[in-house]
Design a protein around this ligand. Structure first.
Ligand SMILES: Cc1ncc(C[n+]2csc(CCOP(=O)(O)OP(=O)(O)O)c2C)c(N)n1
Ligand SMILES: [Mg+2]
Length: 295
């Protein structure tokens, strides 16, 4: 994506999740197919981890009709309800309330599934965050909140934005058990979700703050250390602790080489698919705007 970006064929702002993959992968690998996730505009890792289709994702970035939102959503609005990825939004914090609504429906319908709401540390400053946590605990909803704390909202560090920069303490204040995962360990996260899921399915929210780090700039394909709001030294430990690299070295050489070849082929096929797909026809302009258009 970063390589394709300068071609201007990607028709929407792109917020890369490079460096933050562990949260999506560790959580989603431990979920059941009927479990549902909601995310943010930084949603590539989440969409793929929940089983989203790579071709449909790249086509969506290109604004093509074969995209997962029929080319109308772009990078920030990936969706795949068939795999339980129920959407993402450019508007910070909004999908927390969507996730609450879905969890309430599951409870009401006595379904045995759960919802995971992913959001950034910046979203915890929105009013909807507090309202949603309160409702979740009041109704004992089957929901896991996952705050992907990369410490920045655009270019501003958490310590310069929050009077009490302790997200777990705020969740606990609402009566929700909360824990911080410092090291972003993908396997630990997987085990925690496996252990928590049965309890949450029965009803009762849980809160996880997963520490992580965004390697690229807030939006776009580059690194932005020249701006001075953060340093490369700060990123260094996270690169050392890269969970993608860690998993890679757990796979033996020949198998790894084969996997890497398959992945490269899959990526090339997805870009070729996006390139060759048509843009939505003009008559699509008013389709899918209102719910009534589906019925
Ligand atoms: C309601 C709202 N306010 C402000 C913005 C502008 N904005 C876009 S991204 C962002 C930072 C959000 O940071 P965080 O939730 O930590 O997510 P991250 O980008 O770090 O993944 C802001 C303030 C917005 N999109 N929506
Ligand atoms: Mg952030």
């Amino acid at each position: 994506m970063a390589r394709a970006y300068p071609s201007d064929k990607i028709k929407s702002p792109v917020h890369l999740s490079i460096g933050q993959e562990a949260a999506s992968v560790g959580v989603c690998a431990a979920l059941e197919p009927e479990d549902v996730v909601f995310g943010t505009y930084r949603c590539h890792a989440l969409y793929l981890a929940k089983g989203g289709d790579l071709k449909a994702m790249i086509a969506e970035l290109y604004g093509k009709v074969t995209g997962c939102a029929r080319g109308k959503g772009g990078s920030m609005h990936l969706i795949g309800t068939e795999v339980g990825m129920h959407g993402a939004s450019a508007v910070v914090g909004t999908t927390i309330a969507n996730a609450i609504g879905h969890a309430y429906a599951l409870k009401y319908q006595k379904k045995n599934a759960l919802v995971v709401s992913f959001f950034g540390d910046g979203a915890t400053e929105e009013g909807v965050f507090g309202e949603s946590l309160n409702f979740a605990v009041l109704k004992q909803l089957p929901i896991i909140f996952v705050c992907e704390n990369n410490q920045y909202a655009i270019h501003t560090h958490q310590s310069r934005r929050q009077g009490k920069p302790n997200v777990c303490a705020r969740a606990e204040a609402y009566g929700i058990p909360a824990e911080r995962i410092e090291h972003g360990d993908v396997l630990y996260l997987y085990e925690r979700i496996k252990a928590l899921a049965p309890k949450v399915r029965g009803g009762g929210p849980h809160f996880l703050e997963v520490m992580t780090y965004r390697w690229q700039e807030h939006v776009g394909p580059n690194r932005d250390f020249q701006l001075g709001y953060r340093t490369e030294d700060e990123m260094h430990p996270w690169v050392e602790n890269d969970q993608v690299d860690r998993l890679k070295h757990m796979v033996d050489g020949p198998r790894r080489a084969k996997l890497e070849e398959e992945v490269e082929e899959e990526i090339a096929a997805a870009f070729a698919f996006a390139e060759s797909s048509p843009v939505p026809p003009a008559e699509e302009l008013y389709a899918d705007i209102f719910k009534e258009s589906h019925s």
